[in-house]
Design a protein around this ligand. Structure first.
Ligand SMILES: [Zn+2]
Length: 302
């Protein structure tokens, strides 16, 4: 059970005395962390759905990297540090997303009592698409961090989150278990619908600016052609090569995302007489979003 700290209690009393509305349980959770909810911090927005689906009414989730921002470059705000200091659990992606590589040590140091769950436990990492074999074992870009974009991986992440919630709140095991099972069924359905949706697609290549869909491609037997070269805009020669590749494989859609929407994608689309379409690797409503992604891919590849 959580209780208000003396400082917070005094603040509440002062506000009451002043006749101000006390912001209890209003959902933005900055000041109150109300009603004994478990504070859970996640790195990226899709994890918020995972935690909320399992934790239900018992959790209050804070997302570190907002949906519109890139986890490859993001600065933590003071408000987030405060939520972190009060959190019971941190669910990290654990697959080497840049945000965590840069921040995780500091975030863990800010709260000794916080359980850190590694969502990537049990997930098989694959190399980043479009990168040559790493010359050194510690080459940072060697493995693809975007594990969450394959529903089977999402299931593993959900299992890890469930195990974490059990550890911080064992009394509610039955509740978390039934929530988890219901959400795993949703993910199984999603997985099947993606397989069915892609079953008739013969040209299984798609071109995307930021290569976030490597696990998705691997899972569903698609080929992702990334525009970005090792996290950077391609060179003029690179763009020329991509235009040839797109023409050769009859690609008509260039995918971008809300986090990355660069000129090179428009240039390539213009040269092949195609269009630029946005798909989001970081939407908070994970299941719904992957259905939208599926629809766009099927339309682009048919
Ligand atoms: Zn990314």
């Amino acid at each position: 059970m959580r209780i208000l700290r003396p400082g917070a209690l005094i603040a509440v009393l002062l506000m009451l005395a002043a006749g101000l509305a006390v912001p209890l349980g209003c959902g933005d959770g900055e000041e109150t962390d109300s009603a004994g909810k478990l504070g859970v911090v996640v790195s990226i927005a899709p994890q918020a759905e995972f935690v909320e689906k399992v934790g239900g009414e018992n959790v209050d989730v804070t997302v570190m990297v907002p949906s519109g921002a890139s986890p490859h470059a993001y600065e933590v705000t003071p408000g987030q540090m405060k939520a972190l200091a009060e959190a019971e659990m941190y669910a990290k992606v654990g697959s080497g997303v840049d945000f965590e590589v840069v921040w995780m040590d500091r975030l863990e140091a800010a709260n000794d009592d916080m359980l850190v769950v590694d969502c990537s436990e049990g997930v098989q990492l694959i190399p980043m698409a479009g990168e040559d074999e790493p010359e050194e074992a510690d080459h940072q870009g060697a493995m693809d961090p975007h594990i969450w974009l394959s529903p089977p991986n999402a299931k593993s992440m959900v299992e890890n989150i469930y195990a974490g919630l059990l550890q911080v709140d064992p009394e509610n095991k039955a509740y978390y278990e039934s929530n988890r099972d219901a959400y795993l069924r949703e993910l199984t359905e999603l997985d099947q619908d993606i397989k069915d949706g892609l079953a008739g697609v013969t040209n299984r290549r798609f071109m995307v600016y930021h290569p976030a869909f490597g696990y998705f491609a691997e899972e569903y037997d698609l080929t992702m052609l990334p525009i970005e070269e090792e996290g950077k805009e391609p060179t003029a020669a690179g763009i020329a090569h991509l235009i040839d590749e797109a023409k050769e494989h009859n690609i008509k859609v260039i995918f971008v995302s809300p986090q990355f929407n660069p000129q090179s994608a428009k240039v390539i689309a213009g040269e092949i007489g195609g269009s630029v379409v946005s798909i989001d690797p970081l939407a908070r409503d994970y299941v719904e979003n992957l259905r939208i992604v599926l629809g766009e891919l099927v339309q682009a590849m048919e």
